[in-house]
Design a protein around this ligand. Structure first.
Ligand SMILES: NC(=O)c1ccc[n+]([C@@H]2O[C@H](COP(=O)([O-])OP(=O)(O)OC[C@H]3O[C@@H](n4cnc5c(N)ncnc54)[C@H](OP(=O)(O)O)[C@@H]3O)[C@@H](O)[C@H]2O)c1
Length: 286
């Protein structure tokens, strides 16, 4: 099986790249060509069509996106060039027998009626959420197509600074400076390695349609930071909870918990606990 992985150098792509066995030929693609991936700007339609013609994949995994809500809010047109246009192009251009898996987000929901199932109506409150809804709408009628919605990702990098949410929390804990932390928005940090497993599971099962995957435990940034401090054995006394929602360019859903019983009922039940993820991520730092 030949798999084209678009977004292979990203937070999730780095784990997806590692999850497939030796029977798979994986072609990693990123914008920059980092980490031995092929450099292709998928906003360029001709370049994306050329990549498909050249590689003739059996499966395309579309992970590449602008995933920072504030970045998308600042330039909606540019956001659509990456988050929507390639999904539309692939829907029209890929041969019908080629499987397409698109990674989407819990930000397709407004966060007022959690938990959300695959049957819940979408209601995005940001440009980022809107772009994902538009891409989903473009591809969902296609055969051999899977959409996987996921929440806030946690995982590792070579250094703390490239370790996302966990890295930010550990750095703030170690800094020991007084800080107010959000104690309003619910987050369900989900390990990139578990998500990569879900991607592999759905590809191997050849399952069409929409799926949610999420860690089961939700808490605020304040609560997760206190839990992280306990895991690494440091004080969290310099943090105070803030009940004020910090105004940022893009609105965030209050609680966009994804119910993932559909993928569980098919047999993918892995949910690594937050404690084990933090220990593994810190243990794997260079
Ligand atoms: N991170 C989260 O918490 C989260 C939560 C929910 C859903 N998601 C979704 O999960 C997917 C993966 O997210 P991520 O966190 O792995 O993102 P990421 O770390 O920002 O990585 C983005 C990837 O896309 C590539 N890319 C960017 N612009 C491109 C372009 N013009 N042409 C080709 N490739 C391009 C990047 O390549 P370079 O490295 O070369 O720039 C990188 O490989 C996204 O669809 C995102 O919306 C993420």
């Amino acid at each position: 099986m030949k798999i084209l992985l678009l977004g292979s150098s990203g937070f999730l792509g780095r784990e997806v790249r590692r999850v497939f066995g030796p029977d798979v030929t994986l072609i990693p693609v990123s914008h920059s060509g980092r980490g031995g991936s092929r450099a292709v700007d998928i906003r360029n339609g001709a370049a994306l069509r050329g990549l498909v013609d050249d590689t003739k994949p059996d499966v395309v995994l579309l992970l590449a996106a602008y995933r920072e809500p504030d970045v998308c809010e600042a330039d909606p047109e540019e956001a659509r060039r990456l988050n929507v246009a390639p999904a539309k192009l692939l829907t029209e251009y890929l041969p019908g027998s080629t499987r397409l898996l698109f990674v989407s987000t819990d930000y397709v929901f407004d966060g007022e009626n959690a938990p959300y199932t695959e049957d819940s109506s979408v209601s995005p409150v940001s440009v980022y959420g809107e772009t994902k809804v538009e891409a989903e709408a473009a591809i969902k009628g296609r055969a051999n197509t899977t959409i996987l919605r996921i929440p806030l990702l946690i995982g590792g990098g070579s250094h703390l600074s490239s370790s996302g949410f966990i890295g930010q929390m550990v750095e703030a804990i170690r800094a020991s400076e007084h800080q107010k932390l959000d104690d309003v928005l619910m987050r369900f940090p989900t390990w990139t390695r578990d998500v990569a497993g879900a991607v592999r599971f759905l590809v191997e099962k050849e399952t069409d349609g929409l799926f949610h995957y999420s860690a089961p435990r939700g808490a605020t940034r304040y609560a997760w930071t206190l839990e992280t401090a306990k895991i690494i054995g440091l004080s969290a006394e310099h943090f105070t909870p803030s009940k004020e929602v910090v105004q940022r360019k893009a609105r965030r859903p209050f609680n966009s918990q994804l119910n993932d019983s559909k993928i569980q009922s098919l047999g993918y039940t892995r949910h690594t606990d937050f404690h084990d993820v933090v220990r593994t991520v810190i243990g794997e730092l260079k």
